[in-house]
Design a protein around this ligand. Structure first.
Ligand SMILES: CC(C)=CCC/C(C)=C/CC/C(C)=C/CC/C(C)=C/[C@@H]1[C@@H](COP(=O)(O)OP(=O)(O)O)[C@]1(C)CC/C=C(\C)CC/C=C(\C)CCC=C(C)C
Ligand SMILES: Nc1ncnc2c1ncn2[C@@H]1O[C@H](COP(=O)(O)OP(=O)(O)OP(=O)(O)O)[C@@H](O)[C@H]1O
Ligand SMILES: [Mn+2]
Length: 349
């Protein structure tokens, strides 16, 4: 809790987001079939003609996913067919949401357009999808205990991107990272499922999923400092920049100084802490979901190593994980995915 100048006690972003995590975990725990401990997928309702349309919708989601993120697409191929296509549908919705503010038409996007996107979201959750790609997600949310809240929150993140280009402190940045990336973790867990033999609490798994989203987004921000500055955006916490003796002008100048290197070292350290927090949760996921998530974690975390290898020049050099390194990470991810969920051992006195 943070006491404001007016005397009232305000909640920190971390506390606010934790409340969302608790709510999401409780909603999933309430499911009658105990779905998080391995999923019973609701069967398709067999209406002639509908099934082939639906599988076409999912195929389209798979194609979009393969086009935008090849390695990730490969990872999903290891999941069960129902989970794989559900993750594709979620991916496509997230990608389309991000494209609204980041894509080629971004300069025409208004808060009203985001409101319309949100009503489309409400409609697809009510079983009235607007187009084929929405139809995939509309089906997914009837089969898995996916809640609308993280989707709404991602749109809120896009609204934030429209109205804000500076972040006063890490608390503000944390909230942004939750909206645009932590939400992805909360959307994905109900599909990926928690291993039936996991003894972890549902909220601890959701917390780890949230941490992976935050870690990915912090890494994305550190990788794209130069690119974002060209669009007039600085996602780095202003108070931490000032403490390091830096300002926006240093970022626009783009010179790698010792002050910048030291600042970056601390930012990288924090992103790694979030990856560490996520690690314990991956082991608790259902078996076939662990490999793609480990792959994603190891690959994205390596971007931080590449920033270091570039001597912290994230102004003009894009940190990039080579194909060879990506391929090398996959068997490591596989080996890690063989680790079984944690057991609670009772020690004998
Ligand atoms: C298996 C797996 C990784 C599943 C998640 C798949 C999924 C639904 C991804 C959606 C990603 C997306 C398009 C989000 C929109 C907002 C956005 C662009 C966020 C940034 C992603 C990076 O994308 P990219 O490198 O292409 O960035 P550019 O647009 O090019 O700048 C983010 C950095 C965030 C992505 C966040 C995740 C993938 C969350 C991962 C967490 C989980 C899957 C939970 C795992 C569970 C446990 C228990 C650890
Ligand atoms: N193996 C993977 N499993 C799960 N997620 C992944 C995997 N690889 C990448 N991702 C995720 O997919 C998104 C896109 O990744 P990235 O930008 O590296 O493109 P890519 O398509 O994987 O690369 P390439 O096209 O060179 O194979 C990121 O959000 C990243 O976290
Ligand atoms: Mn983006």
């Amino acid at each position: 809790m943070v006491a404001s100048t007016a005397g009232e006690v305000a909640m920190s972003s971390e506390e606010m987001v934790y409340n969302v995590v608790l709510k999401q975990a409780a909603l999933v725990n309430k499911q009658p079939s105990g779905v998080t401990r391995d999923l019973d997928v609701n069967p398709d309702i067999a209406l002639p003609g509908t099934l082939s349309l639906l599988s076409e919708a999912y195929d389209r989601c798979g194609e979009v996913c393969a086009e935008y993120a090849k390695t990730f697409y490969l990872g999903t191929l290891l999941m069960t067919p129902e989970r794989r296509r559900a993750i594709w549908a979620i991916y496509v919705w997230c990608r389309r949401t991000d494209e609204l503010v980041d894509g080629p038409n971004a300069s025409h996007i208004t808060p009203t357009a985001l409101d319309r996107w949100e009503s489309r979201l409400e409609d697809l959750f009510r079983g009235r999808p607007f187009d084929m790609l929405d139809a995939g997600l509309s089906d997914t949310v009837t089969k898995f205990p996916v809640d609308i809240q993280p989707f709404r929150d991602m749109i809120e993140g896009m609204r934030m991107d429209l109205r804000k280009s500076r972040y006063k402190n890490f608390d503000e940045l944390y909230l942004y990272c939750y909206y645009v990336a932590g939400t992805v973790g909360l959307m994905s867990v109900p599909v990926m499922g928690i291993a039936p033999d996991s003894q972890a609490t549902t909220e601890s798994v959701y917390n780890a999923a949230l941490a992976l989203g935050i870690a990915n987004q912090l890494t994305n921000i550190l990788r794209d400092v130069g690119e974002d500055a060209q669009r007039g955006r600085v996602y780095l916490p202003q108070d931490e920049l000032a403490q390091a003796g830096l300002s926006d002008d240093d970022i626009f100048a783009g010179e790698v100084t010792n002050k910048w290197r030291n600042f970056m070292k601390n930012q990288i350290k924090r992103a790694r802490m979030f990856f560490d927090m996520a690690e314990n949760g991956v082991t608790e996921l259902s078996e076939a979901s662990r490999w793609p998530v480990w792959a994603s974690l190891l690959l994205y975390r390596q971007i931080l190593d590449e920033i270091e290898a570039n001597d912290y020049n994230n102004f003009t050099k894009r940190a990039y994980v080579s194909k060879a390194k990506k391929i090398a990470a996959l068997p490591i991810a596989y080996a890690k995915s063989l680790l079984r969920p944690s057991r609670i051992y009772t020690s004998k006195a």
